[in-house]
Design a protein around this ligand. Structure first.
Ligand SMILES: NC(=O)c1ccc[n+]([C@@H]2O[C@H](COP(=O)([O-])OP(=O)(O)OC[C@H]3O[C@@H](n4cnc5c(N)ncnc54)[C@H](O)[C@@H]3O)[C@@H](O)[C@H]2O)c1
Length: 324
């Protein structure tokens, strides 16, 4: 059987790497690209890349999506069936510091990619959006119909991506699906996010700086469940419209203080210093997964007890990756 060709951007990042590994095991051919950006440890990204390179159906190229000429050259002679566009400058807090990177990687990078793909449309382009497009919502769970209210350049870049996708899907024969991820966590996760920073403080015996006394709820969504959802979405792809967006969430917000107490019981208890609310943060995220359920049916989610434990165990076994 002929293997299907997938272009996967951001393959050295957390979700891109996890999805690449998942698809490689399912015998897809992955053309992975990433610029190995230094927003967080490049050596950690290389560790992920080393795992992917163990598969003979994986082909890596170091490409910056800002470089349209390079991307065009790269894609010129390739027949791509599906695209997962997962590269971006991630992180809401860093968007208060370096707005330019969000413009370059998220807006211009996305534009370059769809400008090239409009001339030879793949069957579907899936791209990463974010729960942050909802902003400071008051109504929960957030449904995809809600009016979007981005409160920083990161979330604005994702809203713009969604709007660009809708326009291109109408003007060209492009099928583009946005995935609004909600706080994804798990093995090989991101060192700039709450859980890995919490573990790092614990192992390095340094203070963990807790914003707003931990009065935050996040719809933490385990990577294993995300992969399962994306797999089902792919299997039901014939039901998808030319443009649509879906929340990718557990529909189960967890309170940061509760997570801290959970780990305390496992004796993972870094010293905590309370600091004020970060301007980029929202108080709560909680997504509705009704819309995606209508396409993929019911999905089983891993219990938070198990996923939080597994994530910690993975970090503990691999903490040598985070000593830089
Ligand atoms: N992890 C989450 O909880 C979460 C939540 C909401 C949305 N998202 C979105 O999902 C996607 C994947 O997130 P992640 O957590 O894996 O982030 P990540 O930072 O781990 O991965 C992003 C990857 O993109 C690469 N990259 C950045 N700019 C690039 C460019 N200009 N050209 C080529 N490669 C570039 C980086 O080197 C990195 O490896 C992103 O679009 C992110 O905004 C993630």
């Amino acid at each position: 059987m002929k293997l299907r060709n997938i272009l996967l951007t951001g393959c050295c990042g957390f979700i891109g790497f996890s999805l690449s590994l998942y698809l490689l095991k399912k015998k897809f051919k992955i053309f992975g690209i990433d610029n190995l950006d230094n927003y967080y440890s490049v050596s950690y990204k290389k560790k992920r890349l080393k795992e992917l390179k163990k598969y003979k159906n994986f082909y890596f190229s170091k490409i910056n999506l800002n470089n349209k000429k390079h991307l065009l050259n790269y894609l010129k002679n390739k027949k791509i069936d599906y695209v997962y566009h997962l590269c971006a400058q991630a992180g809401v807090r860093y968007s208060l510091i370096n707005q330019q990177k969000y413009f370059d990687s998220n807006i211009l990078g996305f534009f370059n990619l769809i400008e090239i793909l409009k001339h030879k449309p793949p069957k579907i382009i899936f791209f990463a959006s974010s729960s942050s497009v909802y902003g400071d919502s008051k109504k929960f769970p957030s449904s995809e119909k809600e009016i979007l209210n981005p409160k920083n350049i990161y979330s604005l870049s994702k809203k713009i991506n969604e709007q660009m996708a809708e326009i291109y899907s109408k003007q060209y024969k492009l099928k583009i699906i946005g995935l609004r991820f909600f706080t994804v966590f798990g093995e090989w996760g991101r060192p700039d996010m709450f859980l890995f920073k919490f573990y790092k403080s614990f192992f390095s015996k340094k203070y963990f700086f807790l914003n707003n006394n931990g009065n935050h709820d996040r719809d933490f969504t385990y990577i294993g469940d995300v992969l399962n959802i994306l797999d089902k979405l792919f299997a039901h792809r014939s039901k998808l419209k030319n443009f649509d967006v879906f929340n990718i969430c557990a529909n189960r917000p967890l309170n940061l203080k509760h997570i801290i107490s959970f780990y305390k019981k496992l004796n993972v208890n870094p010293k905590i210093k309370n600091v004020k609310l970060n301007k980029a943060d929202v108080i709560k995220t909680h997504g509705s997964n009704l819309k995606i359920k209508n396409i993929i049916g019911n999905t089983k989610y891993t219990s938070s007890r198990i996923s939080l434990k597994k994530t910690y165990e993975w970090y503990k076994d691999n903490r040598i990756f985070f000593n830089d």
